[in-house]
Write a protein that binds this ligand. Structure first.
Ligand SMILES: NC(=O)c1ccc[n+]([C@@H]2O[C@H](COP(=O)([O-])OP(=O)(O)OC[C@H]3O[C@@H](n4cnc5c(N)ncnc54)[C@H](O)[C@@H]3O)[C@@H](O)[C@H]2O)c1
Length: 453
């Protein structure tokens, strides 16, 4: 690897993560000019100028609302995050707060601290404690809105504590649904959760759809509920929360996002965005996102990008080109034609697309090339194999594995027939679908090489 990649760092990132950038091949630091990638936590990238040299953005955390994802997508830049890496840290704080709220821990401690050390101290401690009597959790209902990495763990822990769980997530993934305990009851709406739960914990992303999702109308249906917001401030309408506290619909509002309006309110427990602030979570997030940035810069691998499809291909030849483009008709054809004209043989190729929230189809391609005119032939570079090495059609569930299998078969045979090139059925399908899809955005500027080793 002869290149030195430049990583621009915008926040304090765990040293254990940064150490994963080998010093021989990476320059890592704050204020670097012409960075190849940006690594950040909470820095608001919307207000920064993002240099044209940036090929990837990595957020050592989950939420990406401090990153202009649509702008990055238009520029063909993947935005990586670290889903689940801080989930346990948030879950633990949620339960610290559920327990604190049910046992009035914070006001009780404040009461004791405010007592003067006079002779009647013990008497006043005993007298005062009545007002802080709480309740226990078994049998109580916790509503969880958003059953992803954090929400799933919160639901699981609540069940283990003997609570009932009412969950709502209209977009739950199959994997997350499998991980949920069967005791979690599915709710059909947020209103159903609010009506039926003593605690409601929010674990969904902030998007245009979820902004002010928890509003006055919904809160009016709560019955002395504790609302916990460890997701994002703007998901909850603060004015509505203050009104619901005044009208006793809410017993308490626990939030990781303090504001001048909420500060000092007796019904509010506000923390300074502590959810993911544990040594372990910061380290996990940094390690995960550094690996992803390296995978992309060095191998063209895309894993956990919020705006790109996942792409991973084993290395089989010395050169590799990773290309990000819009699904412009005939883009893949043009790329392969250009490469053929340059005397480059495509040894293997993977092409995938993803539809973004703005409705624009994205596509990411990784291909290995052998830079040899001698081994190039039109037939061999376009010889897709729709069958496994045993000649059977490849079942959808086995495609990834079969892709690898057919590649290794090619490797074995290549000793005898070096010109033979192999594509698995799934790769061929992706090729076709991308050629047929539309919406040019950054495609016309042509392929951008993001990795060449
Ligand atoms: N307080 C903190 O320090 C902290 C730390 C980490 C994450 N977070 C926040 O927590 C959020 C969740 O994190 P995660 O790791 O569980 O993310 P995740 O992507 O694993 O889960 C989010 C879940 O929300 C669901 N969802 C989306 N829209 C919804 C809606 N309208 N109603 C109900 N569910 C909906 C999704 O389907 C998904 O299952 C993040 O987006 C982030 O904003 C806060």
């Amino acid at each position: 690897m002869s290149l030195k990649y430049r990583i621009g760092v915008y926040n304090a990132i765990s040293a254990k993560g940064l150490e994963r950038f080998p010093a021989a091949h990476y320059i890592v630091g704050k204020g670097l000019g012409a960075p190849d990638a940006i690594l950040l936590r909470s820095h608001a990238l919307q207000v920064s100028e993002i240099p044209a040299s940036v090929k990837a953005v990595g957020r050592a955390g989950t939420g990406v609302n401090n990153i202009p994802v649509d702008v990055m997508s238009e520029r063909g830049v993947p935005v990586f995050n670290a889903p689940g890496a801080n989930a346990n840290a948030v879950k633990e704080l949620v339960f610290a707060c559920i327990l604190a709220a049910s046992r009035n821990v914070v006001p009780a401690a404040a009461y004791v601290n405010a007592l003067e050390g006079t002779a009647d101290f013990e008497k006043r401690v005993e007298e005062g404690k009545k007002q802080f009597a709480g309740f226990e959790l078994p049998g109580r209902t916790l509503g969880v809105i958003g059953l992803g990495a954090i929400g799933g763990l919160v639901a699981d822990t609540a069940i283990k504590l003997g609570m009932k769980v009412l969950g709502y997530d209209p977009e739950i993934t199959v994997d997350n649904a499998w991980r949920l305990p069967s005791a979690v009851k599915r709710a059909g709406s947020i209103e159903e959760v609010i009506k039926g739960a003593e605690f409601v914990s929010l674990h969904l992303p902030l998007t245009d759809k979820t902004r002010n999702l928890i509003d006055a109308k919904k809160l009016a249906q709560a019955r002395r509920m504790v609302l916990l917001n460890f997701a994002r401030d703007a998901i909850v309408d603060e004015e509505a929360v203050l009104a619901a506290l005044a009208e006793k619909h809410l017993r308490k509002y626990v939030t990781d996002f303090p504001s001048p309006k909420l500060k000092g309110h007796p019904g509010v427990l506000a923390l300074p965005h502590l959810g993911a602030s544990t040594e372990e979570a910061e380290e996990n997030c940094a390690l995960m996102v550094v690996e992803q940035l390296r995978g992309f810069l060095e191998e063209g691998t895309v894993a956990n990008a919020v705006n790109f499809p996942s792409v991973e291909m084993a290395r089989e030849s010395p050169f590799r080109i990773a290309i990000a483009n819009a699904n412009v008709p005939n883009m893949v054809g043009q790329i392969s034609t250009t490469m053929a004209q340059a005397g480059l043989n495509i040894h293997n190729m993977l092409n995938k697309s993803k539809r973004s929230s703005s409705g624009c189809a994205r596509q990411s391609t990784a291909s290995t090339t052998a830079s040899s005119k001698r081994s190039t032939s039109a037939r061999s570079s376009r010889a897709p194999s729709a069958r496994s090495r045993w000649g059977r059609p490849i079942a959808p569930s086995a495609r990834r594995r079969s892709c690898a299998a057919s590649r290794s078969a090619t490797r074995d045979r290549s000793r005898r027939r070096p010109r033979r090139c192999c594509f698995a059925k799934s790769c061929r399908r992706a090729w076709r679908s991308s050629v047929l899809s539309r919406s040019p955005t950054w495609g016309p500027r042509g392929p951008s090489v993001s990795a060449r080793l």
